[in-house]
Design a protein around this ligand. Structure first.
Ligand code: PAF
Length: 300
């Protein structure tokens, strides 16, 4: 495995691979790698000869400096996990390499209609920061394929639209969320939880499944579902941040045209802001879905 911190040397190696007729798949990360990231790496491997990963905690997508400073950084451990996965190249730039003139003077990419709604309202500038760094990394790595997790549902929608709008010749592959045995979505932020908080954290996924069952059971009084769900989170000691029930394709409000809704949830627990999401297909037979739900609950 080769590790590059500079753009020029990374580009040279990638050009060499391309001259040799090798295809490139890319997985951008902010490090603190867990099984969810490694699943992205394995998916990338299915799509190309060479897998390039990046590890860069992107200052442009953090609105709060304490959040940026607290973000877990575990480079050595990350590199050994990537080496075990047989990753060919890891790009580990410093902020100066990505933003030589600082983030304020950086040209940016904005995805209208998606960047400033939902999570973008409470985190202004977040999706601009994500879209900008991903575009920049795409331009540096020049992959044919890039893999992103469905756990960051709005991020995935932003990246898909940006890729389409800017006619980037890159196939975006979305990879389902990887969960712990108790249902908690894997996330680098889980490392910020104390042992007691970790015990309580799966309530987020459980509450999401409760919302999903309510919708599949025919309820469409979304405001009161969200209120009940917030109460359930509070009762378990989580501080609800945002819960949205939206059209899964447009992220707009649910209408008579909607065939799939997405439940988007975030909550604070100690130092961590946990997020999760679930898509509910409104066209699927409710009874069948209910059976799947109860058998997956008993498996946990
Ligand atoms: O999902 C992440 O880890 C980050 O938002 C990404 C896509 C690597 C951009 O910094």
């Amino acid at each position: 495995m080769q590790t590059f911190a500079e753009i020029a040397t990374l580009r040279e190696q990638i050009k060499q691979y391309k001259r040799d007729g090798r295809s490139i798949a890319f997985v951008p990360t902010m490090g603190n790698l867990h099984e969810g990231h490694l699943t992205l790496m394995r998916k990338a491997r299915e799509h190309a000869d060479i897998v390039v990963a990046s590890i860069f905690v992107n200052p442009m997508q953090f609105e709060r400096s304490d959040d940026l400073n607290n973000y877990p950084r575990t480079l050595e451990d990350d590199l050994s996990k990537l080496a075990n996965e047989g990753i060919e190249i890891v790009f580990t730039p410093t902020p100066d390499v990505i933003y030589p003139n600082g983030t304020d003077k950086q040209s940016f990419v904005e995805v209208p209609g998606l960047s400033n709604i939902l999570e973008g309202v409470s985190r202004p500038g977040h999706f601009r920061g994500v879209a900008t760094v991903v575009t920049k990394l795409f331009n540096i790595v020049q992959p044919e394929v890039a893999c992103f997790g469905e756990k960051d549902f709005q991020q995935l929608a932003v990246i898909q639209k940006m890729t389409e709008d800017l006619a980037l010749d890159i196939k975006i592959v979305n990879v389902p969320t990887v969960r712990e045995m108790d249902g908690l979505a894997m996330s680098s932020r889980n490392n910020l939880l104390t042992m007691d908080e970790r015990q309580r954290a799966p309530v987020l996924a459980r509450t999401m499944r409760w919302i999903s069952s309510a919708i599949r059971g025919g309820r469409d009084d979304y405001a009161s579902i969200i209120e009940d769900a917030s109460d359930q989170l509070r009762a378990a000691g989580l501080q609800p941040d945002e819960i949205f029930i939206r059209d899964a394709n447009s992220l707009g409000v649910v209408s008579t045209e909607t065939t799939q809704v997405v439940i988007l949830m975030s909550a604070f627990l100690g130092q961590a802001r946990l997020i999760d999401n679930q898509v509910v297909d409104l066209t699927t037979d409710t009874k069948e879905e209910a059976n799947v739900e109860s058998s997956s609950e008993s498996a946990e």
